[in-house]
Design a binder for this molecule. Sequence first.
Ligand SMILES: [Zn+2]
Length: 321
Amino acid sequence: MPYFHDWVEAILSKMTHSYKPILCLSIIKNVSKTTTGSQTISKETISSDVARFYWEIHDNGFQIRHGPTKNIVDDLVQHAIRKTKLNKPNSRISWRQLSNTLKEPSTPGGTTYLEKIWKKLEDQPFNYMNIPQRTLILTTSGIEIPSDSVRTINSDRKILYDASILKLIDFLGKFNRSNSPNIAQKVRKAWKGGGRPSYPSWIVSALEFAHPKPRNCELQINGKCTVIATEWDHVIPWSHIGDHDIWNLMPICSRCNSDKSNKKPIMSYIRKTETRNSLLLNQLNTNPPKSISAAKLQDLKVQLQIANTSSLLRTNRQSMP
Ligand SMILES: [Zn+2]
């Protein structure tokens, strides 16, 4: 399997930027599952995929370090994000809005963001990837994947994807241990994109058990919200955690939820959530709801216990920008 070996080599060889495995992920994603001949992936598609990854990982202002050297691609994406936000300073921008900006010149009369990103990808990852031409060929319009290589990707798609994702997580983890929890979740989410999953039913059951209806809004901005809670708030914002953790969810009214958005939670709210977590753990130990299976119940108890002993809410809050 010489082609498979080339791919593994390309994915796992040494690197100083995060974009080599991202490039591999884009190629794997864009190789058609039905094509048997060679295939060319356009430079716009590749540059756009790479930009989208950085946008997703930075969504809601989370700053991530990409390695020991300056990351020009990320700088370009950040520049485009700021430019897109100029007309809407307080709202989140969508990928559609950002991708329109990326097609515009980054400076008046200059080349577009996507062209600049492609230039950087040509300069850097390709020099380090050490992939023989039979595996992929850099052309003026993009990357040509010869038919044998297309076949390799299609037969070993899962393992090539997993190897690339793990390499990316491992690399970003090295440079972000101090400023970001849950790197693995964030990377997986950023690469897959497409919004957040729904709340697991056992988590909702446990939360409803701890907060019977009618539920008070627990955020109490300015100390006096009397609106009934209809939503669950991620105390440490979703953008920073990337998951629905029971120890991080509190009842909130929709207005307080949108006011809070992705802001850093105040300490009194953290303390309130910690108290709730202790009470809930106690309830689950002494009088658990019958609607939750024994395995899920055990899982919830472990999560709450860990959150408690490791002060997860406080440490996450401290690591927020
Ligand atoms: Zn409220």
